[in-house]
Design a protein around this ligand. Structure first.
Ligand SMILES: Cc1ncc(COP(=O)(O)O)c(C=O)c1O
Length: 372
């Protein structure tokens, strides 16, 4: 029935294949510990909920571009939280900020919005969030899977970076980002840096935005940073993202998105503004995930898994040296549901991704079960 639609270019939704393991994990007498998806469980910050409520009477159409206050708040948050030292005079203008309906839709549609097609290559990491490939397939481009230290192929028109990484939690330092930007520029490719975990470095870890002047040397042309409030501010349910960077690119995206009705609701714009003005809740979120990482990582290691990277972000990337589905099944038998590494590319065939997005009580339950 769907053969005539774009559905045909897409793979089956990966999580659907976890149904069997999920049923086993759910049958645990003390309930499932679901660590298979990175969906926040902690409360929406009070000030953010209040801003949403205060804007309930919003009968008119919101601006696709976002309110000026939202765009100012986004630039302010980036420079405060990430020491990017950005200001209008240092290359980033609040005009070059655009709210998105969560970041996933932007990721999925960016190649199409950039006008890419069959002659173009979209490059993304060899272990990566599946939506980079989905976006390429929707636009009908070619794809290239590149490890962080491999060169970009000829024909690359868009390269996705993702630091800290989903699924590995690996961080690219400023030097690596600088090299990738230079390489992409030499090919004439746009760099889209998916920075949705940027504000969640582990203890002692430094994360760097592609919009840090140390990376781009004062020239943001061809650069887009893709941000999300889902994880940093527990707002996955609000669908709150941002794209910012090259003013010319952002202006083009704005025009298309205006035509296409890709608009963030006004109450959500107000909630985003409140979230971007406040750093306290971000520090609390970071501390929570650091504590959960500190409980779960040693528990996985004591249970015989090797944890790789995982120094930042929301995931532990672990292997038991066996096919990933075998590990998924063994953990499901203990009532713990995790994602098979193959969801993130063939290079993940013997890894699993364990999300830190569960309550402290459920993380402690997982650690106890791993020790049994
Ligand atoms: C790397 C990466 N990018 C983007 C997203 C999308 O986040 P959202 O659409 O909630 O902003 C996710 C969500 O898990 C992700 O892991």
């Amino acid at each position: 029935m769907s053969s005539g639609t774009r559905r045909r270019v897409l793979p089956d939704f990966p999580w659907d294949s976890l149904a069997g393991a999920a049923a086993v994990a759910r049958s645990h007498h003390d309930g499932v510990v679901d660590l298979s998806v990175g969906t926040p469980v902690d409360p929406v910050p009070d000030a953010v909920g209040e801003a949403l409520r205060a804007a309930w009477d919003s009968p008119g159409y919101p601006q696709t571009w976002g309110t000026p206050a939202l765009r100012e708040a986004a630039v302010g948050a980036l420079s405060r939280r990430h020491a990017a030292g950005l200001s209008a005079t240092e290359g980033l203008d609040p005009d070059a900020v655009l709210p998105t309906i969560g970041s996933k839709e932007l990721v999925a549609w960016l190649p199409t919005l950039l006008g890419l097609g069959p002659d173009d290559v979209v490059a993304f990491p060899h272990l990566a969030y599946p939506t980079y490939e989905v976006g390429a397939r929707l636009a009908g481009t070619r794809t290239a899977v590149v490890a962080d230290d491999e060169p970009l192929p000829e024909g690359t028109r868009l390269v996705w970076l993702n630091s800290p990484s989903n699924p590995t939690g690996r961080v690219l330092d400023a030097g690596r980002l600088t090299d990738r930007v230079a390489e992409a520029r030499a090919l004439g490719a746009v760099v889209a840096s998916d920075e949705c975990y940027l504000a969640l470095p582990g203890p002692g870890v430094v994360t760097t935005s592609v919009l840090d002047p140390a990376v781009h040397g004062g020239d943001v042309s061809g650069l887009l940073a893709v941000h999300s409030l889902s994880k940093t501010s527990n707002l996955a349910g609000y669908r709150a993202g941002l794209v910012l960077g090259d003013p010319a690119l952002v202006a083009d995206l704005l025009q298309i998105r205006k035509h296409a009705g890709m608009i963030v609701p006004r109450p959500v714009q107000e909630a985003m503004t409140a979230a971007l003005r406040d750093d306290e809740h971000v520090a609390a979120t970071r501390a929570r995930y650091d504590a959960r990482r500190a409980v779960l990582r040693p528990a996985l290691e004591a249970a015989g898994l090797r944890v790789e990277h995982s120094e930042a972000g929301l995931y532990l990337w672990a292997t038991a040296g066996e096919p990933c589905r075998a590990t998924v099944d063994r953990l499901a038998a203990r009532g713990i549901l995790v994602a098979p590494g193959e969801f993130y590319g063939p290079a993940g065939a013997s890894h699993v991704r364990v999300a830190l997005t569960a309550s402290d009580e459920r993380i402690a339950a997982a650690a106890a079960r791993l020790g049994e």
